[in-house]
Design a protein around this ligand. Structure first.
Ligand SMILES: Nc1nc2c(c(=O)[nH]1)N[C@@H](CN(C=O)c1ccc(C(=O)N[C@@H](CCC(=O)O)C(=O)O)cc1)CN2
Ligand SMILES: [Mg+2]
Length: 287
């Protein structure tokens, strides 16, 4: 058996093309959707992601602004930049690229972003809305994964879904989104005993730990849909996921590759969230 490969890159292109069409319609009302990305420091991976976000915005017709700040900027100064963006009507979406330098309190920074512009969906208000089944912004990576499952016609109603990794930006919102679609969700973390006993029950398995190869083929239920969120660079400089792709392919029914799986969907859903923030702002404007 060899798993079907879920092509996140292709699906992301389709979604971005749809966004581009909706942007053109919105522009006819005089509104140009705008995204501001704040990058603190010079982490090489973050620089690539931020560049890719800006390029994707421009290609789809959104306005994008990147605010690059030195690694040693104070948290107070970063918060001032965020507040200025909160007050800027040309900016519909704001995100602060993570991780932040260690002298900053990321939670405090995220809470300073206006919840109505929090296109990452990380603000406590947005996390709470998601948890209570009334999402405003869904965090981009789990949102992208839901779109991939939808494109594969995966029925979550009554399915066993297992998420490995309980971060605020992927694991926890992922669990909430699948729960809302009727799955029975198990959320595993770094203290979980006998991880394989959980993963082997999964019809849908999402792995987001940052630990390369933590899930191997013998931990997967035959025919399962496996979503690999990990992006790890190995000693040869090659990207690899959290799932051992070779052994997993022999058992899974469908699997996302790394690269070309979840990553491109994260950026596509950021455009969707930014466009929708701008569309909402249009309905709030006086006639
Ligand atoms: N504020 C945020 N910070 C971070 C987020 C986020 O959603 N919001 N997620 C990640 C990084 N990230 C987006 O910011 C991101 C990571 C990877 C990709 C991607 O397209 N990956 C490619 C491979 C790219 C490469 O060659 O390195 C792939 O998987 O095919 C997009 C976005 C942490 N920070
Ligand atoms: Mg991927």
């Amino acid at each position: 058996m060899s798993a079907r490969i879920i092509d996140g890159k292709a699906l992301a292109e389709t979604i971005k093309a749809d966004v581009a069409g909706r942007v053109q319609s919105l522009k006819k009302t005089g509104i140009v959707p705008g995204l501001a990305v704040v990058l603190v420091g010079d982490d090489p991976a973050s620089q690539v992601y931020v560049r890719n976000k800006a390029a994707a915005c421009e290609k789809a017709g959104l306005h994008s602004r990147v605010i690059r700040l030195a690694a040693d900027i104070t948290e107070a100064s970063l918060l001032d930049h965020v507040r200025t963006l909160n007050d800027d009507d040309a900016v519909h979406g704001i995100l602060v690229q993570l991780p932040l330098p260690s002298h900053m309190n990321a939670a405090r920074v995220i809470e300073t972003i206006a919840a109505a512009k929090d296109v990452d969906g990380f603000h406590v208000s947005n996390a709470g809305l998601l948890m209570t089944g009334q999402p405003l912004f869904r965090p981009c990576t789990p949102y992208g994964i839901m779109k991939m499952l939808e494109s594969e016609d995966v029925d979550l109603w009554g399915a066993e879904a297992v998420v490995v990794g309980a971060s605020n930006i992927v694991g926890k919102p992922m669990a909430m989104l699948m729960l809302a679609k009727g799955a029975t969700v198990t959320l595993c973390n770094s203290k979980t005993r006998d991880l394989g006993a959980h993963t082997r029950r999964a019809d849908v398995l999402v792995v987001a730990t940052g630990k390369p190869g933590i899930v191997k083929g013998d931990m997967i239920k035959p025919g399962a849909v496996v979503i690999d969120v990990g992006i790890n660079r190995n000693a040869q400089g090659k990207l690899e996921g959290d799932v051992d792709f070779e052994s997993a392919c022999l058992v899974a029914g469908a699997i996302t590759p790394v690269p070309g799986g979840v990553g491109p969907m994260t950026i596509a859903m950021l455009l969707v969230n930014t466009l929708e923030a701008a569309e909402r702002s249009a309905t709030l404007q006086p006639a």
